[in-house]
Design a protein around this ligand. Structure first.
Ligand code: UDP
Length: 332
Protein backbone atom coordinates (compact mmCIF):
# COMPACT_ATOMS: atom_id res chain seq x y z
CA UNK A 1 0.00 0.00 0.00
CA UNK A 2 1.11 3.55 -0.65
CA UNK A 3 1.21 6.80 1.28
CA UNK A 4 -0.35 9.71 -0.61
CA UNK A 5 1.49 13.03 -0.29
CA UNK A 6 -0.65 16.00 -1.29
CA UNK A 7 1.70 18.85 -2.14
CA UNK A 8 4.45 16.24 -2.41
CA UNK A 9 6.66 18.23 -4.81
CA UNK A 10 6.85 21.23 -2.45
CA UNK A 11 9.66 22.05 -0.05
CA UNK A 12 8.69 19.84 2.89
CA UNK A 13 6.71 17.35 0.76
CA UNK A 14 9.65 16.52 -1.51
CA UNK A 15 12.04 15.95 1.40
CA UNK A 16 9.42 13.77 3.08
CA UNK A 17 8.98 11.74 -0.13
CA UNK A 18 12.73 11.06 -0.07
CA UNK A 19 12.75 9.98 3.58
CA UNK A 20 9.66 7.77 3.15
CA UNK A 21 11.21 6.06 0.12
CA UNK A 22 14.47 5.65 2.07
CA UNK A 23 12.35 3.95 4.75
CA UNK A 24 11.02 1.52 2.08
CA UNK A 25 7.56 3.05 1.84
CA UNK A 26 5.62 3.39 -1.41
CA UNK A 27 4.89 7.03 -2.20
CA UNK A 28 2.26 8.56 -4.47
CA UNK A 29 2.28 12.32 -5.04
CA UNK A 30 -0.60 14.66 -5.92
CA UNK A 31 0.44 18.26 -6.58
CA UNK A 32 -1.02 20.98 -8.79
CA UNK A 33 2.49 22.41 -9.37
CA UNK A 34 1.23 25.89 -8.48
CA UNK A 35 4.33 26.44 -6.35
CA UNK A 36 6.70 23.67 -7.50
CA UNK A 37 7.93 21.92 -10.63
CA UNK A 38 7.36 18.46 -12.11
CA UNK A 39 11.14 17.98 -12.37
CA UNK A 40 11.20 17.52 -8.56
CA UNK A 41 9.90 14.01 -9.21
CA UNK A 42 13.07 13.35 -11.27
CA UNK A 43 15.20 14.70 -8.42
CA UNK A 44 13.46 12.47 -5.88
CA UNK A 45 14.20 9.53 -8.18
CA UNK A 46 17.83 10.66 -8.57
CA UNK A 47 18.30 10.79 -4.80
CA UNK A 48 16.48 7.57 -3.86
CA UNK A 49 16.77 5.42 -7.00
CA UNK A 50 12.98 5.02 -6.94
CA UNK A 51 10.42 7.10 -8.79
CA UNK A 52 7.25 7.95 -6.88
CA UNK A 53 3.99 7.90 -8.82
CA UNK A 54 2.95 11.47 -9.61
CA UNK A 55 -0.35 13.00 -10.72
CA UNK A 56 -0.77 16.71 -11.39
CA UNK A 57 -3.89 17.47 -9.40
CA UNK A 58 -5.42 20.24 -7.34
CA UNK A 59 -6.78 18.29 -4.38
CA UNK A 60 -9.85 20.52 -4.15
CA UNK A 61 -10.83 18.53 -7.29
CA UNK A 62 -12.65 15.73 -5.47
CA UNK A 63 -13.33 13.69 -8.61
CA UNK A 64 -9.64 13.75 -9.49
CA UNK A 65 -8.67 12.75 -5.98
CA UNK A 66 -11.25 9.98 -5.99
CA UNK A 67 -9.74 8.66 -9.22
CA UNK A 68 -6.33 8.53 -7.51
CA UNK A 69 -7.78 6.52 -4.63
CA UNK A 70 -9.26 4.13 -7.20
CA UNK A 71 -5.97 3.85 -9.07
CA UNK A 72 -3.70 3.32 -6.05
CA UNK A 73 -4.07 1.42 -2.81
CA UNK A 74 -3.73 4.34 -0.39
CA UNK A 75 -2.95 3.42 3.21
CA UNK A 76 -2.94 7.01 4.45
CA UNK A 77 -2.40 10.63 3.50
CA UNK A 78 0.18 13.24 4.46
CA UNK A 79 -1.52 16.52 3.62
CA UNK A 80 0.98 19.25 2.72
CA UNK A 81 -0.98 20.96 -0.05
CA UNK A 82 -1.93 24.52 0.77
CA UNK A 83 -1.09 28.17 0.36
CA UNK A 84 1.66 29.17 2.77
CA UNK A 85 2.78 32.76 2.29
CA UNK A 86 1.93 34.69 5.45
CA UNK A 87 2.04 38.16 3.85
CA UNK A 88 -0.02 37.08 0.86
CA UNK A 89 -2.63 35.59 3.20
CA UNK A 90 -3.18 39.04 4.72
CA UNK A 91 -3.81 40.50 1.24
CA UNK A 92 -5.89 37.53 0.00
CA UNK A 93 -7.78 36.12 2.99
CA UNK A 94 -10.68 34.74 0.94
CA UNK A 95 -8.35 32.78 -1.35
CA UNK A 96 -6.44 31.40 1.66
CA UNK A 97 -9.52 30.30 3.59
CA UNK A 98 -11.15 28.87 0.45
CA UNK A 99 -8.11 26.94 -0.74
CA UNK A 100 -6.68 25.66 2.53
CA UNK A 101 -10.00 24.65 4.07
CA UNK A 102 -11.43 23.24 0.81
CA UNK A 103 -8.39 21.10 0.11
CA UNK A 104 -8.46 19.64 3.62
CA UNK A 105 -12.20 18.96 3.46
CA UNK A 106 -12.02 17.29 0.07
CA UNK A 107 -9.14 15.07 1.26
CA UNK A 108 -11.23 14.11 4.31
CA UNK A 109 -14.34 13.36 2.23
CA UNK A 110 -12.49 11.23 -0.28
CA UNK A 111 -10.62 9.43 2.52
CA UNK A 112 -13.94 8.65 4.19
CA UNK A 113 -15.43 7.35 0.94
CA UNK A 114 -12.49 4.97 0.61
CA UNK A 115 -12.30 4.08 4.31
CA UNK A 116 -8.79 5.45 4.51
CA UNK A 117 -8.16 6.41 8.12
CA UNK A 118 -4.58 7.54 8.59
CA UNK A 119 -3.82 11.21 8.17
CA UNK A 120 -0.83 13.40 8.95
CA UNK A 121 -1.42 17.15 8.76
CA UNK A 122 1.14 19.94 8.31
CA UNK A 123 0.27 22.37 11.03
CA UNK A 124 2.44 25.17 12.29
CA UNK A 125 3.83 26.75 15.44
CA UNK A 126 1.92 29.82 14.32
CA UNK A 127 -1.22 28.32 15.95
CA UNK A 128 0.29 29.19 19.35
CA UNK A 129 -0.19 32.84 18.41
CA UNK A 130 0.94 35.35 20.97
CA UNK A 131 -0.79 33.52 23.80
CA UNK A 132 2.01 32.00 25.80
CA UNK A 133 5.73 31.85 26.32
CA UNK A 134 8.45 29.70 24.73
CA UNK A 135 9.26 26.91 24.99
CA UNK A 136 5.85 25.97 23.61
CA UNK A 137 4.44 22.66 24.76
CA UNK A 138 1.63 21.04 22.76
CA UNK A 139 -0.71 21.83 25.67
CA UNK A 140 -0.13 25.60 25.35
CA UNK A 141 -3.25 27.52 24.32
CA UNK A 142 -3.77 28.05 20.60
CA UNK A 143 -5.65 30.68 18.59
CA UNK A 144 -5.13 34.42 18.61
CA UNK A 145 -3.31 33.95 15.27
CA UNK A 146 -1.90 37.05 13.64
CA UNK A 147 -2.77 36.32 9.99
CA UNK A 148 -5.23 34.30 7.83
CA UNK A 149 -2.59 31.66 7.01
CA UNK A 150 -2.24 30.91 10.73
CA UNK A 151 -6.00 30.86 11.17
CA UNK A 152 -6.38 28.26 8.39
CA UNK A 153 -3.96 26.01 10.31
CA UNK A 154 -5.86 26.65 13.53
CA UNK A 155 -9.25 25.98 11.89
CA UNK A 156 -8.06 22.77 10.24
CA UNK A 157 -6.76 21.56 13.61
CA UNK A 158 -10.27 22.08 15.05
CA UNK A 159 -11.81 20.24 12.08
CA UNK A 160 -9.46 17.31 12.60
CA UNK A 161 -10.16 17.05 16.34
CA UNK A 162 -13.87 16.85 15.42
CA UNK A 163 -13.26 14.21 12.75
CA UNK A 164 -11.25 12.05 15.14
CA UNK A 165 -13.97 12.34 17.76
CA UNK A 166 -16.68 11.34 15.30
CA UNK A 167 -14.80 8.31 13.97
CA UNK A 168 -12.87 6.47 16.69
CA UNK A 169 -11.03 4.41 14.06
CA UNK A 170 -9.31 7.48 12.60
CA UNK A 171 -5.59 8.01 13.28
CA UNK A 172 -4.70 11.66 12.89
CA UNK A 173 -1.34 13.22 13.68
CA UNK A 174 -1.02 17.01 13.68
CA UNK A 175 2.55 18.20 13.29
CA UNK A 176 3.29 21.74 14.38
CA UNK A 177 6.37 22.80 12.44
CA UNK A 178 8.72 25.42 13.80
CA UNK A 179 11.07 27.06 11.23
CA UNK A 180 12.17 24.56 8.58
CA UNK A 181 15.28 25.65 6.66
CA UNK A 182 18.18 24.01 4.84
CA UNK A 183 17.90 21.59 1.94
CA UNK A 184 18.76 18.03 1.02
CA UNK A 185 22.53 17.56 1.25
CA UNK A 186 22.63 16.35 -2.38
CA UNK A 187 21.80 19.94 -3.41
CA UNK A 188 19.08 18.52 -5.69
CA UNK A 189 15.97 19.66 -3.80
CA UNK A 190 15.30 22.66 -1.58
CA UNK A 191 13.06 25.65 -1.07
CA UNK A 192 12.10 27.60 -4.19
CA UNK A 193 10.02 30.61 -3.15
CA UNK A 194 7.88 32.39 -5.71
CA UNK A 195 8.96 36.02 -6.11
CA UNK A 196 10.46 37.95 -3.19
CA UNK A 197 10.96 35.58 -0.26
CA UNK A 198 9.16 36.26 3.02
CA UNK A 199 11.24 33.93 5.12
CA UNK A 200 14.66 34.60 6.56
CA UNK A 201 16.80 31.90 4.96
CA UNK A 202 15.71 32.20 1.32
CA UNK A 203 16.05 35.98 1.59
CA UNK A 204 19.49 35.61 3.12
CA UNK A 205 20.78 33.15 0.50
CA UNK A 206 19.37 35.30 -2.33
CA UNK A 207 21.19 38.30 -0.83
CA UNK A 208 24.51 36.48 -0.65
CA UNK A 209 24.20 35.26 -4.25
CA UNK A 210 23.39 38.81 -5.40
CA UNK A 211 19.68 38.59 -6.31
CA UNK A 212 18.81 40.93 -3.41
CA UNK A 213 20.84 43.94 -2.33
CA UNK A 214 20.75 43.36 1.41
CA UNK A 215 18.88 41.49 4.12
CA UNK A 216 16.58 43.54 6.32
CA UNK A 217 16.77 42.39 9.93
CA UNK A 218 13.32 43.11 11.32
CA UNK A 219 13.86 44.57 14.77
CA UNK A 220 16.93 44.77 17.03
CA UNK A 221 15.09 45.92 20.15
CA UNK A 222 13.40 42.67 21.14
CA UNK A 223 13.95 41.34 24.69
CA UNK A 224 16.34 38.63 23.41
CA UNK A 225 20.10 38.07 23.92
CA UNK A 226 21.04 40.37 21.01
CA UNK A 227 17.79 42.22 20.36
CA UNK A 228 16.83 40.28 17.21
CA UNK A 229 14.00 37.75 16.93
CA UNK A 230 14.62 34.21 18.18
CA UNK A 231 13.26 31.15 16.32
CA UNK A 232 13.53 27.37 16.42
CA UNK A 233 15.18 26.63 13.07
CA UNK A 234 15.00 22.96 12.10
CA UNK A 235 16.70 21.20 9.18
CA UNK A 236 14.08 20.18 6.62
CA UNK A 237 15.54 16.65 6.45
CA UNK A 238 15.02 16.25 10.21
CA UNK A 239 11.49 17.56 9.76
CA UNK A 240 10.89 15.08 6.93
CA UNK A 241 12.07 12.22 9.15
CA UNK A 242 9.53 13.40 11.73
CA UNK A 243 6.80 12.55 9.19
CA UNK A 244 8.11 9.02 8.76
CA UNK A 245 7.94 8.61 12.55
CA UNK A 246 4.48 10.20 12.64
CA UNK A 247 3.10 7.84 10.01
CA UNK A 248 4.47 4.91 11.94
CA UNK A 249 2.74 6.28 15.04
CA UNK A 250 -0.55 6.57 13.10
CA UNK A 251 -0.26 2.88 12.22
CA UNK A 252 -0.26 2.00 15.91
CA UNK A 253 -2.64 4.52 17.48
CA UNK A 254 -6.11 5.91 16.88
CA UNK A 255 -7.37 9.37 17.82
CA UNK A 256 -5.85 12.78 17.12
CA UNK A 257 -2.44 13.60 18.58
CA UNK A 258 -0.43 16.81 18.26
CA UNK A 259 3.36 17.00 18.13
CA UNK A 260 5.81 19.86 17.89
CA UNK A 261 8.55 19.32 15.34
CA UNK A 262 11.40 21.57 16.39
CA UNK A 263 14.88 21.34 17.89
CA UNK A 264 14.04 23.02 21.18
CA UNK A 265 16.86 25.52 20.59
CA UNK A 266 16.23 29.19 19.87
CA UNK A 267 18.65 31.07 17.61
CA UNK A 268 18.40 34.77 16.85
CA UNK A 269 18.48 36.31 13.39
CA UNK A 270 22.02 37.54 14.12
CA UNK A 271 23.05 34.05 15.29
CA UNK A 272 21.87 32.71 11.93
CA UNK A 273 23.73 35.40 9.97
CA UNK A 274 26.96 34.66 11.88
CA UNK A 275 26.58 30.88 11.52
CA UNK A 276 25.90 31.28 7.80
CA UNK A 277 29.00 33.44 7.32
CA UNK A 278 31.20 31.01 9.22
CA UNK A 279 29.81 27.84 7.66
CA UNK A 280 30.17 29.12 4.11
CA UNK A 281 33.01 31.66 4.24
CA UNK A 282 30.82 34.47 2.89
CA UNK A 283 29.60 37.89 4.06
CA UNK A 284 25.92 38.68 4.56
CA UNK A 285 25.04 42.31 3.86
CA UNK A 286 22.30 43.33 6.28
CA UNK A 287 20.62 46.39 7.79
CA UNK A 288 18.52 46.74 10.91
CA UNK A 289 14.92 47.76 10.14
CA UNK A 290 11.80 48.26 12.23
CA UNK A 291 10.01 45.19 13.59
CA UNK A 292 7.78 43.32 11.15
CA UNK A 293 4.11 43.57 12.17
CA UNK A 294 2.77 40.34 13.64
CA UNK A 295 6.20 38.97 14.68
CA UNK A 296 6.80 37.81 18.23
CA UNK A 297 10.16 38.14 19.99
CA UNK A 298 10.83 34.50 20.73
CA UNK A 299 9.37 31.25 19.45
CA UNK A 300 10.88 27.84 20.13
CA UNK A 301 9.52 24.42 20.91
CA UNK A 302 9.55 21.94 23.69
CA UNK A 303 10.15 18.87 21.49
CA UNK A 304 10.04 16.30 24.32
CA UNK A 305 6.66 14.80 23.40
CA UNK A 306 7.87 13.85 19.90
CA UNK A 307 11.01 12.36 21.43
CA UNK A 308 9.03 10.28 23.89
CA UNK A 309 6.16 9.09 21.69
CA UNK A 310 7.48 9.31 18.11
CA UNK A 311 11.05 8.32 19.10
CA UNK A 312 12.18 11.17 16.91
CA UNK A 313 14.44 14.13 17.52
CA UNK A 314 16.27 16.61 15.31
CA UNK A 315 19.88 15.63 14.65
CA UNK A 316 21.29 18.36 12.42
CA UNK A 317 22.68 21.63 13.72
CA UNK A 318 22.60 25.23 12.53
CA UNK A 319 25.87 24.85 10.60
CA UNK A 320 24.38 21.89 8.65
CA UNK A 321 21.31 23.98 7.89
CA UNK A 322 23.37 26.96 6.66
CA UNK A 323 25.73 24.83 4.60
CA UNK A 324 22.93 22.89 2.90
CA UNK A 325 20.85 26.03 2.26
CA UNK A 326 23.83 27.66 0.55
CA UNK A 327 24.65 24.58 -1.55
CA UNK A 328 21.03 24.53 -2.76
CA UNK A 329 21.00 28.26 -3.53
CA UNK A 330 24.10 27.84 -5.68
CA UNK A 331 22.52 24.93 -7.59
CA UNK A 332 18.97 26.10 -8.10
N1 UDP B 1 13.33 37.99 9.41
C1 UDP B 1 14.18 39.06 9.12
N2 UDP B 1 14.33 39.43 7.82
C2 UDP B 1 13.69 38.81 6.78
C3 UDP B 1 12.81 37.70 7.09
C4 UDP B 1 12.68 37.35 8.41
O1 UDP B 1 14.80 39.66 10.01
O2 UDP B 1 13.85 39.20 5.63
C5 UDP B 1 13.18 37.57 10.80
C6 UDP B 1 11.76 37.61 11.32
O3 UDP B 1 11.45 38.90 11.82
C7 UDP B 1 11.78 36.53 12.41
C8 UDP B 1 12.77 35.50 11.84
O4 UDP B 1 13.57 36.21 10.89
O5 UDP B 1 12.31 37.03 13.62
C9 UDP B 1 12.10 34.33 11.14
O6 UDP B 1 11.18 34.82 10.20
P1 UDP B 1 10.54 33.91 9.06
O7 UDP B 1 9.69 34.78 8.19
O8 UDP B 1 11.61 33.11 8.38
O9 UDP B 1 9.65 32.86 9.86
P2 UDP B 1 8.48 33.10 10.95
O10 UDP B 1 9.11 32.81 12.28
O11 UDP B 1 7.97 34.48 10.81
O12 UDP B 1 7.49 32.06 10.58
Amino acid sequence: MAILLTGGTGFIGSHTAVELINAKQDVVIADDLSNSKAEIVDKIEQITGKRPAFRQLDVTDKAGLDAMFNEFQIEGVIHFAGFKAVGESVAKPIEYYRNNLDSMLSVLEVMRAHQCRKLIFSSSATVYGANSESPFKETAPTGNCTNPYGWTKYMIEQILFGVAQADPDMSIVLLRYFNPIGAHESGLIGERPNGIPNNLLPYLTQTVIGIRDHLSVFGNDYPTHDGTGVRDFIHVVDLAKGHVAAFDYARKHTGAEVFNLGTGIGYSVLDVIKAFEQANGVKVKYQFCPRRPGDIATCYSDPSKAKELLHWQAEKNLVDMCRDAWRWQQNC
